[in-house]
Design a protein around this ligand. Structure first.
Ligand code: ATP
Length: 236
């Protein structure tokens, strides 16, 4: 995966994998992405929220989608209170901020999700998601269910897709086959998966549910729903 390792917390919270202290790998857009975004003359495109248990195949499908549709999608830049590392630029890798400002934004309900790792805070702000849409790109949020609930409370006008594994048994096989998690971590993810699967069945939450049984078929189903004949969910 072309990814940036995020602190576990943000992962499961902000990204897919934030279970307890999980880290989630997230796609790291290159600066090129931002520099080539075409401004939209019409309404900003609607963000896409993709959610589903860890191991359901979100990264696999999104990686293929971004490859097949270059310059179409973008990721929001997260906030963090940690210091920038060498080569990192404010507003590119992260929006670097201090704790006081970060917590003020929490109080102001400015985050879709946030979490603390060690002594540092991380979060995905509503504004960062809007910034992507303003460039004409479709912002993709790979987030767990608490994040989904948060997005629903905003005015982001997102579209919601739940990616489901065929069963918990197959999910376990895939998580173990991926080989990225300890036995304990797999167990934790499977426990959380039960909650996520129940959430995936809730009425009125999802615009689309795709079962990732056969990868090629699931990918086409996701792609067709996202692209939506070129409208990308826009009513305009
Ligand atoms: N349809 C499929 N058939 C078989 N294996 C699959 C299928 N879809 C994904 N996989 C495999 O399952 C594993 C989990 O997929 P992936 O890492 O994309 O899940 P994820 O939802 O992004 O997980 P996380 O939320 O933990 O990042 C990977 O090893 C992937 O190659």
């Amino acid at each position: 995966m072309l990814l940036l390792q995020k602190p576990l917390s943000i992962a499961f919270c902000s990204k897919s994998l934030r279970l307890c202290a999980h880290t989630k790998t997230i796609f790291k857009p290159s600066p090129y992405w931002y520099s080539t975004m075409a401004p939209s003359a019409t309404q900003p495109p609607r963000p896409i929220v993709i959610s589903g248990p860890s191991g359901s195949g979100k990264s696999t499908i999104l990686t293929r989608l971004f490859k097949d549709h270059p310059d179409t999608f973008g990721f929001s830049v997260s906030h963090t209170t940690r210091n920038p590392r060498s080569g990192e630029q404010d507003g590119r890798e992260y929006n670097f901020t201090n704790q006081e400002t970060f917590l003020k934004l929490v109080d102001d309900a400015g985050f879709i999700e946030h979490a603390k790792f060690g002594s540092n805070y991380y979060g995905t702000s509503i504004k960062a998601v809007k910034s992507v849409a303003e460039t004409g790109r479709i912002c993709v949020l790979d987030i767990e269910m608490e994040g989904v609930k948060q997005v629903k409370k905003t005015d982001l006008n997102a579209r919601f897709l739940f990616l489901s594994p065929p069963s918990l048994e197959i999910l376990e096989q895939r998580l173990r086959g991926r080989g990225t998690d300890s036995d304990d971590a797999v167990r934790q993810r499977l426990e959380q998966a039960k909650n996520e699967m129940a959430f995936g069945k809730e009425e009125g939450v999802w615009d689309k549910v795709v079962v990732n049984n056969e990868l090629d078929k699931a990918y086409i189903e996701v792609e067709e729903w996202i692209v939506d004949g070129g409208k990308y969910g826009s009513q305009a």
